[in-house]
Design a protein around this ligand. Sequence first.
Ligand code: G6P
Ligand code: MG
Length: 222
Amino acid sequence: MMIRALIFDFDGVLMDTGRYHYKSWEILLDKIGLTLEPEDDLVLKGASRIDSLEYLLHKGQLLLSHYQKEALLKEKNRIYLDLIDHLTLQDLLPGVYPLIQAAKKEGYQVAVASGSRNARHILERIGALDLFDIVIDANDVPAAKPDPEIYEHVCQLLHLHPAETVVIEDAEKGVAAGIAAGCYVLGLGDPAYLDKAHMVVSSLAGLGLDDILQGVSRDLIA
Ligand code: G6P
Ligand code: MG
């Protein structure tokens, strides 16, 4: 089967927003007497907003009501949106823009599948929405990664079999979601925790379409 589409995760793949998610959790936890630790980032990366809060509260042994949690999630997002307010189209991560251009030129479809409820809104604000054929975020698909639903949904919208797509993911949960959906997966980051991906790179900078197609599967080249 030939590859016909690239599906990008948002946080940590298109933009370096992971650090602002981290910072906003840190500020929020400080307000309720808890501390965020660097190793928490591995759990938070790729997790939904509510799953992240549940994990942090459980770890901090804090029992809160539904309404208290709702208020904290709202506050976390307010802090996060403040922190990322300065981001522009120039802040797409290195290699992203050339890769999208190359893919489109070669006739590949290009999509976004993000577990963030802010993804579409941010892409729209920086003027990047038009770069993509399809943008799906957590507002469209309730099941959070590692559930494969978001990738299955995007493949349906692209009218492609998952094995005709390459998912690009920086989080273990996202890699797991892509693999479970039956997509090829390019991991972006540390191979130590992205080992389920078909191929892992430390950056998209300088990475060509052919490198990806060859890397995810040696027998894919038609
Ligand atoms: C992505 C990020 C997570 C973030 C989640 C929800 O998965 O990797 O760090 O918590 O999206 O994002 P949101 O913008 O909806 O709070
Ligand atoms: Mg990510």
